[in-house]
Design a protein around this ligand. Structure first.
Ligand code: ARG
Length: 492
């Protein structure tokens, strides 16, 4: 047993070293070719977290939900000046830096402050905007809270991975600081009195307040360095030629004061339309897209997960020679490891970690991660099912001259599947719900779409109720269909 644990630890150490050694290109490699690479590729992928109006947020443009805001206008100008197309990739703010370092995006424009801690891992352009920080509260609490020091005994919210989250943690006393990945969730928590205030940059605070009469903004009084109150564009470490080129655009934006004269007013127009038609029926296309992607992920994951499960189950039942024992050991280690790590971590590892070696789209990464996860659980169902088939069946088949493979394929597996059909059905239903996990890497399934509708309409609870009903319809319909086939199998 000790030998096996040693071997497993050695394998894990090798994997970690591989990612460390190959994960980050040396600055020499990246410095010379960064600009040429982008211009050769013809596309500049911008990473952003569209929950931060007026920097970046979702709005309905010509009947379709789109990412808009001053950072998008800046991204469009940067791409135009580079002579390439702009592609926007949305994800949670705390996923942006790892997405940049693993090559999922080429730059981050997301109201990001060029702090010294971030400069250790990425390069920033000159700053393009200078904000400041406020705290959004419920208007009914206007007299109660004055600034960050008024929240003693209360709870202050801030987006995880941000400057304001760190400031709230370090500069408040006797205050519980609650981090959430989405700014929209923070506002929803504030409105449902789970939080007493939400710290964010001033332009964003003013945007939320202008769209929601029940909210108000107060000064934060955070003491922040200049780099913590400015915004800049982030590029991979060592992208010197690209940063120098984009700095020309940033300097022009500042010289012509385009943010104040053009980009913020343009964002303001979309902010107003958000409150025009906020009925959930208006967003039926978004929810339909969410259902489509949820079903694609579920069906693919069940299919590939089942194949992986059968192979793992057969491997775990193997015995006799060295190869079968090795396969049994590998299958056992895989099942234990997958069942011992959270699916969210597995999704991020496949998308970002494997992204160091092969650039997989978010949807493909999500399906791979969920299939690998499901396979470990299905393997246990199938192994249990095979073991539940009376040994006499195998003996009878063998006595008729059937080989081991034929016995397994034509006698044991069909009976095993009949026994484990309910468990496989539960796995399918579970995957319909678990598929929502891929929203963290920007796959547009139901949860992702509800976040879009929430940040588009500034309505917190309604989108949640809609997707609850939609998930129930999907799982209830699936269970009815599975029960129908189970009854057919029982009478077969
Ligand atoms: N300026 C802060 C930071 O850089 C917050 C940015 C949040 N941006 C967003 N799109 N949610 O940490």
């Amino acid at each position: 047993m000790k030998k096996k644990i040693g071997l497993l630890l050695a394998m894990l150490a090798a994997l970690v070293m591989m990612v460390g050694v190959f994960g980050n290109p040396t600055s020499a490699q990246a410095a010379d070719s960064s600009l040429a690479k982008i211009q050769k590729k013809g596309v500049l992928v911008m990473g952003t977290s569209p929950d931060y109006p007026p920097y970046e947020f979702q709005a309905t443009v010509k009947g379709k939900s789109a990412v808009v805001g001053m950072d998008v206008k800046i991204g469009e100008k940067v791409a135009k000046d580079l002579g390439v197309k702009l592609k926007i990739k949305s994800m949670s703010f705390d996923s942006l830096l790892v997405a940049l370092q693993t090559g999922k995006v080429d730059m981050i424009i997301s109201g990001m402050n060029p702090t010294p801690a971030r400069r250790k891992n990425v390069d920033f352009t000159h700053t393009y905007y200078k904000g400041g920080y406020e705290i959004v509260i419920n208007k009914t609490d206007k007299g109660k809270y004055k600034n960050k020091d008024s929240f003693g005994g209360g709870t202050l919210g801030a987006q995880t991975g941000t400057t304001q989250y760190n400031a709230a943690k370090k500069q408040t006393k006797n205050t519980k600081v609650k981090g959430m990945t989405s700014q929209s969730d923070l506002i929803l928590a504030l409105q449902s009195h789970k939080l007493d205030g939400v710290a964010m940059e001033k332009p964003s605070a003013e945007a939320y307040v202008s769209n929601n009469k029940q909210l108000a903004a107060i000064p934060s009084n955070f003491s922040m360095s200049s780099s913590a109150t400015s915004s800049a564009i982030a590029f991979r470490k060592g992208s010197t030629s690209l940063v120098n080129k984009v700095n020309q655009t940033v300097d022009q934006i500042k010289k012509e004061n385009l943010v104040k004269k053009d980009y913020l007013p343009a964002a303001g127009k979309y902010l107003k339309t958000n409150t025009v038609n906020t009925s959930m029926g208006h967003y039926w296309k978004a929810f339909l897209t969410g259902i489509e992607y949820t079903l694609i992920i579920t069906v693919c994951s069940v299919f590939f997960g089942f194949i992986i499960g059968v192979l793992l189950a057969l491997a775990r039942l193997g015995k006799g020679n060295f190869l079968k024992s090795l396969l049994r050991w590998i299958a056992t280690a895989y099942v234990e490891f997958i069942r011992g790590t959270p699916m969210m971590v597995q999704v991020m590892f496949v998308y970002f970690g494997l992204g160091l070696f092969v650039n997989l789209p978010a949807l493909t990464s999500g399906i791979i991660a969920i299939s690998l996860n499901s396979g470990a659980y299905v393997a246990e169902y199938i192994r249990g099912g095979i073991n539940s088939v009376d040994i006499g069946q195998t003996e009878a088949a063998r006595s008729l001259g059937m080989s081991n493979g034929e016995t397994m394929r034509f006698v044991v597996l069909p009976q095993a599947l009949k026994n484990i059909w309910p468990s496989l059905g539960n796995e399918f239903i579970t995957l319909i719900k678990d598929s929502s996990i891929v929203s963290i890497i920007g796959v547009t399934e139901l949860i992702y779409q509800s976040n879009i509708v929430r940040s588009d309409t500034y309505r917190g609870v309604a989108p949640i109720v809609v997707i609850m009903v939609l998930y129930f319809i999907l799982t209830f319909t699936a269970s009815r269909i599975l029960n129908y086939f189970e009854r057919k199998m029982q009478h077969a």
